[in-house]
Write a new protein. Structure first.
Length: 94
């Protein structure tokens, strides 16, 4: 088991992108582009990291989204679960 990470850096963002690309390929979306960005947002309780994940699926985008967004919601849930296991501190993911 790997040691949980405490903060996002360039290397961890690249790893997240790689995992999502792999997950997309397993699901049959072979021509997708994945990009992640991270910002720190100041809140009343301190600073929180916010991870934004963008997936461009081209003509397969409608299939990825699914009816009423159900496929996309499922992908978001799986992605959040995988990423949150790797980080000690809370991480907001969209």
């Amino acid at each position: 088991m790997t040691t949980p990470l405490t903060a996002l850096n360039h290397q961890s963002i690249e790893l997240i992108e790689e995992h999502i690309r792999y997950l997309m390929a397993v699901m049959g979306f072979t021509e997708t582009k994945v990009s992640c960005s991270c910002k720190e947002i100041k809140e009343h309780l301190g600073v929180r990291q916010h991870l934004h994940i963008a997936i461009a699926a081209g003509s397969s985008g409608r299939i990825l989204i699914g009816t009423h967004g159900t496929h996309l919601q499922a992908l978001q849930h799986i992605t959040r679960s995988l990423i949150r296991r790797q980080f000690k501190e809370p991480l907001h993911i969209t």
